[in-house]
Design a protein around this ligand. Sequence first.
Ligand SMILES: Cc1cc2nc3c(=O)[nH]c(=O)nc-3n(C[C@H](O)[C@H](O)[C@H](O)COP(=O)(O)OP(=O)(O)OC[C@H]3O[C@@H](n4cnc5c(N)ncnc54)[C@H](O)[C@@H]3O)c2cc1C
Length: 397
Amino acid sequence: MTSVQSVLVVGASAAGLTTAEALRRKGFTGSLSLLGSESELPYDRPPLSKQVLSGAWEPERAQLRSAEALAALDAEFVLGDPAVGLDADNRKITTASGRTLTADAVVIATGATARTLPEQRGVRGTHVLRKLEDAAALRAGLLSARRVVVVGDGVLGAETAATARQMGLDVTLVGPQEAPMTGQLGALVAGHLADLHRRNGVKLRGGVLPDALHTEDGAVSGLRLSDGTELEADVVVTAVGCTPATDWLESSGLNLDNGVVCDAYCRAAPGIWAVGDVARWHHQGLGRLVRLENRTNAAEQGLAVAADILGDGKPYVPVPYFWTDQFDVKLQVYGIASAVARAEVVEGDPVEGRFVVSMTGPQGPECVLGWNMPKQARLQRAAVVDHYTRPRQPVTP
Ligand SMILES: Cc1cc2nc3c(=O)[nH]c(=O)nc-3n(C[C@H](O)[C@H](O)[C@H](O)COP(=O)(O)OP(=O)(O)OC[C@H]3O[C@@H](n4cnc5c(N)ncnc54)[C@H](O)[C@@H]3O)c2cc1C
């Protein structure tokens, strides 16, 4: 049983909305509010670098729920008004417009903001991709561009390069790794990803960093790389990671360290929880603090937090999971591969463009990757569950 009569969710996107919906589904009848800094109704981010950027979808299609479904939630949405402060003892939020909102339970779901290169500020033709408005601006830029340089060889950079290339642009993907996404996929699968990009005409510049941005009349015209190479560009997209959106919590007294630090139940302080990209919680299976930036975690953590608010919580111990779509390949990744993990193809064949790779670390199987083999990858996931769910020594946040 819970004594919670009111819940305020700060951040009205995937994690925040899932938490709110789960509360209602579990029978919560108290007052429910969602506060969001963006003025759009809650929308989904994965399509921004894929269908919305390519134009296959109108932006509205990225909305997470219809207006009717949101109305049925019986929640107050306060949109376009960012939280600027939290009084944690009294669970009181202050917003940019001067509102104050209090609740018995506060859920921090403010996600993350895109990092930028300092020299790109104010330079036309440079872009990041985190919000719907970013996707619209980048799409407009790409439609009138010929040469694009994507800086950042993680998942977002690789996806953006693939989409821009499919739009017919001359695309160069720049990053410090030997092959895109090596950190997330390991060298074997990242090597196949590099081949996929090359086959489709993306120029890969691995092992380099951007050194200087060139401009003409306030617009980007090119980039110098750390190895001295000069690249011409009409558009530069920086996909160099993101920072948990915790600025507004600086004076809250909460423990902030690469996210809102939480215990195993995703509790940051009495009556305060964190979910999604902003939350860094104690993963009992891994025995350490973890912050995940993926869509499935946003949803699963929302369910876990809703249960805990209602007095029915358990430690949150997911098997991390993300997917990415690039060209004609759908990749599924269960678990986190450590740098020393050994990769082995356990089903299918890379030559046929369909395979599953198992990654084994010092303590056994830790990651399973499917390359155009979603069903088989899901079945192989069973091999890594133990690695994530076996309790280890607790760590106090
Ligand atoms: C372009 C793109 C493509 C992606 N593709 C994939 C994919 O293919 N697969 C995958 O697994 N994951 C993908 N992701 C990651 C996934 O979308 C995120 O993990 C997920 O959106 C996290 O949800 P969230 O609700 O925690 O944070 P967010 O989605 O960032 O939402 C946080 C919300 O809080 C708001 N907010 C911030 N500060 C404040 C404040 N002070 N007050 C009020 N509101 C505030 C923000 O404006 C935002 O609306 C992608 C992300 C991006 C950006």
